[in-house]
Design a protein around this ligand. Structure first.
Ligand code: F6P
Length: 363
């Protein structure tokens, strides 16, 4: 008789629309094979507080597919190799408690962990696999910057949200004859800025992959004036660098390793106003891009990722990430994907399309 797997599933890092659809697909595909699925709460943290683990049944996941967020909760502070503990004096001490996590996993009788997450979560999964845990990962990030997979779920929804916001900015920019500078997410890669900026009919798109010259940005804005267009739209990825440096916010949480990005739009807006004399405003779309119901495209991709993860478990795969390599779903060894970033190719057709349509990339 075939082995009846007991699967644990968690969602880690920043949320992305489509997480619930992955959970749904894993649950249904596993249940169809007579397997069990258990949901771990708050990323890896839930493997320490095991009382909160929930069994996922078809009844429990009914109707979740279309919802944003994740029914399991998520965190970007759940590193089991670096668990924060507050000392009596209020300072934070970090302890490696990964062995305890592996022990808990085994004690609960789990065979495999389906870890749904971005690069940080994949790196943790890889380290846990080196300690003997069997993992199958599903790639998640609205930034679309994970290697080996053509796309991650959440990206399409984020681009749709950003494009809708840019569409709305056109009328107010035109009414006031202003330049609007919109900051979108994208730490290392400019996928969201590029796709929403192009689809949203912007004048300038600034992405981390293409260093920009603020004078060139201003030249493009002034070209509008010559053509009788008195307003302009600039879309900038949060990871676009100013003088080779990321623009960051003050760190408010010691437990978080990553720097918090934000503020590049404000810098660009001030410079445009100073150099061109144009009234300029900036706004940050921020977490709006991570919210809401996944688009049909993201839902479909999430469901395919989840079902493929279960198929790969049945086929005996271990320590892999499910990657969409059209038209197939492939199992790619974690060691081949972690720490790699899928950047926008600067000679891609989409970049070329921007240039053909007169959109400046600031270079
Ligand atoms: O990685 C996805 C992402 O949305 C980045 O674009 C952004 O810098 C980061 O998450 C923000 O994360 P947080 O939820 O900690 O604000």
């Amino acid at each position: 008789m075939a082995h009846r797997f007991r699967i644990a599933i968690n969602t880690g890092g920043g949320d992305a629309p489509g997480l619930n659809a992955v959970i749904y697909a894993v649950t249904m595909a596993a249940h169809g094979r007579g397997w069990e699925v258990h949901g771990i709460q708050q990323g890896y943290a839930g493997l320490f507080d095991t009382s909160k683990i929930i069994q996922l049944t078809p009844e429990r996941v009914a109707g979740i597919m279309a919802h944003g967020g994740t029914i399991l909760g998520t965190t970007n502070k759940g590193d089991p190799f670096r668990r924060p503990h507050e000392r009596p004096d209020g300072t934070i001490e970090f302890r490696d408690e990964s062995d305890r996590l592996v022990e808990n996993f085994r004690r609960l009788g789990f065979d495999v962990l389906v870890a749904v997450g971005g690069d940080g979560s994949l790196q943790l999964a890889h380290r846990l696999s080196e300690k003997g845990l069997r993992v199958v990962c599903v790639p998640k990030t609205i930034d679309n910057d994970l290697a080996a997979t053509q796309q991650t779920f959440g990206f399409d929804t984020a681009v749709s949200t950003a494009t809708e916001a840019i569409d709305k900015l056109h009328s107010t920019a035109e009414a006031h004859e202003r330049v609007m500078v919109v900051e979108v997410m994208g730490r290392y890669a400019g996928w969201i800025a590029l796709h929403s900026g192009l689809s949203g009919d912007s004048d300038v798109i600034l992405i981390p992959e293409i260093p920009f010259d603020i004078d060139k940005v201003c030249d493009r804005i002034m070209e509008n004036e010559v053509r009788g267009k008195r307003h302009g739209i600039v879309v900038v990825a949060e990871g676009a660098k100013v003088g080779g440096q990321l623009v960051t916010r003050e760190k408010t949480d010691e437990r978080r390793e990553e720097v918090v990005l934000g503020g590049v739009a404000e810098w660009v807006a001030k410079e445009i106003a100073r150099r061109t004399g144009k009234e300029t405003r900036s706004l940050v779309l921020g977490h709006l891009q991570r919210g809401g119901s996944p688009t049909t495209w993201d839902r479909l991709l999430s469901l395919r990722f989840g079902a493929a993860a279960v198929r790969f478990i049945a086929e005996g795969e271990r320590n892999v990430m499910v990657a969409w390599q059209p038209p197939l779903m492939k199992a790619v060894p974690l060691s081949e994907v972690i720490g790699k970033t899928k950047l926008v190719p600067v000679d891609s057709d989409t970049v070329q399309t921007c240039r053909d349509l007169g959109i400046s990339l600031g270079d």
